[in-house]
Design a protein around this ligand. Structure first.
Ligand code: KDG
Length: 323
């Protein structure tokens, strides 16, 4: 019997998230909710909620935290391929929420189990049966084996002609732009999808105008570029067409972390289901907005019907960009 197709496979580190029960400086916080978060598992969970089949590759500590990460992600219907590391812990991070849009993070992940994920840990048989490989630049910022494992996963995807989706996900707490640029720029090449934040792509490319950014992305053979603009929506450019996507209907914003991963998943789900770039953009906006409604990264994500009904009221418009 042949193994069933997977819609998307991704790879990355997920951690225990210590989510403060009060907003404001951590010095004054009296307690935390124990959650699970990580950019790539957020993405895999969002896809699964939208009814797609996703898999997440990682490595976890042999500790209660590693068990909790696995349990929560599996409970969302994601296929988890995580080896257990008896000698390194599962990473942990704390959020400090000054305001919904102003969330700082404190990582305790140096030497974590996921940072020791090696190329030989990868389930190579997943790649030929995946419709998409998604990864983020966070992996490449982690000292240890994870960058090499990620590049190996990318090579496997290329070998099997699996379309690649990439989010640079620049994290200033992990590295600065000058260190990140030479590592991330080569990833922006021959992509099916680039899903990026507005300020990070301008900073990475050293450009300050949209036409120049879009020209450069086309030169790098990015088939679809999605530039996320937070509360201002997104811009999607593909094969000479550029559209703007409005933000979804206002939701009470609790915490913006994870919204980018959710947008990515909404857009990718739209593409995998054969929707146009307009409808995929609408779905991205709707899914991203849903993530804003909770203090964790993924708990408030929608199912397909809810996302589609939210997406219905998202406005899109053609943009004239002189390229
Ligand atoms: O995109 C959200 C992530 O930044 C968050 O879940 C934590 O994965 C994380 C990281 O490495 O910053």
């Amino acid at each position: 019997m042949t193994a069933p197709m997977l819609d998307a496979v991704t790879i990355g580190e997920s951690m225990i998230l210590m989510d403060p029960i009060e907003d404001g400086p951590l010095d004054n916080v009296t307690g935390y909710r124990q959650r699970v978060a990580g950019a790539e598992s957020n993405f895999a969970i969002a896809l699964s909620r939208l009814g797609l089949h996703s898999a997440w590759i990682s490595r976890l500590g042999d500790d209660p935290f590693g068990r909790l990460v696995r349990e929560r992600i599996e409970a969302e219907g994601v296929q988890v391929y995580a080896s257990i590391d008896a000698e390194a812990p599962t990473g942990i991070y704390f959020k400090e929420r000054r305001a919904p849009e102003r969330v700082d993070v404190y990582y305790y992940r140096t030497g974590s189990a996921a940072s020791r994920l090696t190329p030989s840990d990868l389930p190579a048989d997943l790649f030929p049966r995946s419709r998409m490989f998604h990864f983020s630049g966070i992996n490449l910022a982690i000292p240890g084996e994870l960058p090499r494992a990620t590049l190996h996963a990318l090579a496997l995807a290329r070998k099997h002609d699996v379309p690649v989706s990439f989010d640079p996900n620049l994290r200033p707490r992990l590295w600065d732009i000058d260190t990140a640029r030479p590592v991330l720029l080569p990833m922006i090449q021959d992509l099916e999808l680039l899903l990026t934040g507005e300020s990070e792509i301008y900073a990475l490319l050293g450009e300050n105008e949209l036409p120049a950014v879009l020209r450069e992305l086309a030169r790098r053979r990015v088939r679809i570029a999605v530039i996320k603009r937070g509360g201002a929506g997104a811009i999607v450019a593909s094969e000479g067409r550029v559209i703007s996507v409005a933000p979804a209907a206002p939701i009470r914003v609790i915490d913006s972390v994870g919204a980018g991963d959710a947008f990515n998943a909404g857009f990718v789900a739209g593409q995998l289901r054969g929707l146009s770039i307009e409808d995929s953009g609408r779905l991205g906006s709707a899914t991203g907005a849903a993530a804003l409604a909770g203090s964790g990264d993924y708990e408030t994500l929608p199912d397909w019907e809810t996302a589609m009904s939210l997406a219905g009221s998202v406005a899109v418009a053609t943009m004239e960009v002189a390229m």
